[in-house]
Ligand binder design. Structure first.
Ligand code: CA
Length: 228
């Protein structure tokens, strides 16, 4: 499944090369040439992952990583630091600032994609392509297909992502804010009752096979996907 990945890198050739490779892998690359632009984009909408260059014109990537970790909204944002420096102490400083992983330039596209995939898998299992199946309801992220006891279920892209997230986190109470953050990417501009609208549509789509009963309303808490 595709992830929105913000590339913060001041060298246009490297930035473009990374963007091309991410696009080929099915992701949506966003680009920033400095910290100010990166901040503005992150403030507008949370990406799924940030590739962050160390040396940037207006501020160091390390300082941006520190700022992101200090803010509740961006604390969990997955960060991979990019740097030309290979010294061990720099690496430690990067991890200290809150980077989840580290790539030393020059790196191969294959290595980049492997690290991105691994970090996405760790940070948001729903963004990976593994099919998930619960009580005869099967969702295949790579083909965007949902079936109930083998029969196809028609879902809009939003309901698909919502169902995917619910099925990846069964038996857990998920608040509307949490669902907005995880499914819509950010909840800055969207009202929480939007979640209820899409839950209603999702239940409707699952009604025929009876799987709508798996989407449980938790009074005052949000929603929970029953494990069976
Ligand atoms: Ca640089």
């Amino acid at each position: 499944m595709s992830a929105q990945i913000l590339i913060v890198e001041d060298e246009p050739a490297i930035r473009e090369l990374i963007a091309v490779n991410l696009r080929h892998a099915g992701h949506v690359p966003l680009q920033a040439a400095d910290v100010a632009s990166a901040r503005a984009q992150i403030d507008a909408a949370l990406p799924d992952l940030v590739l962050l260059d160390w040396m940037l014109p207006d501020m160091s990537g390390i300082d941006l990583a520190r700022q992101l970790r200090a803010d509740a909204r961006t604390r969990e944002l997955p960060i991979i630091m990019l740097t030309a420096r290979a010294e061990e102490t720099d690496k430690l400083q990067g991890f200290d600032a809150g980077a989840d992983d580290y790539l030393t330039k020059p790196f191969s596209p294959r290595e980049l994609l492997a690290r991105v995939r691994a970090l996405l898998r760790r940070s948001s299992p729903e963004s990976t392509d593994d099919p998930v199946e619960i009580a005869g309801l099967r969702l295949e992220p790579d083909t965007f297909r949902v079936t109930a006891q083998g029969a196809p279920v028609d879902l809009s892209p939003t309901e698909f992502r919502l169902l995917h997230y619910l099925m990846k986190h069964p038996d857990r109470v998920l608040s509307r804010a949490k669902l907005l953050d995880s499914v819509w990417g950010d909840h800055v501009f969207i009202e929480e009752r939007t979640v209820d609208v899409h839950i209603r549509r999702l239940r409707l789509a699952l009604q025929r096979s009876g799987h709508d009963r798996l989407v449980d309303t938790v009074r005052g808490g949000g929603y929970r996907f029953l494990p069976a």
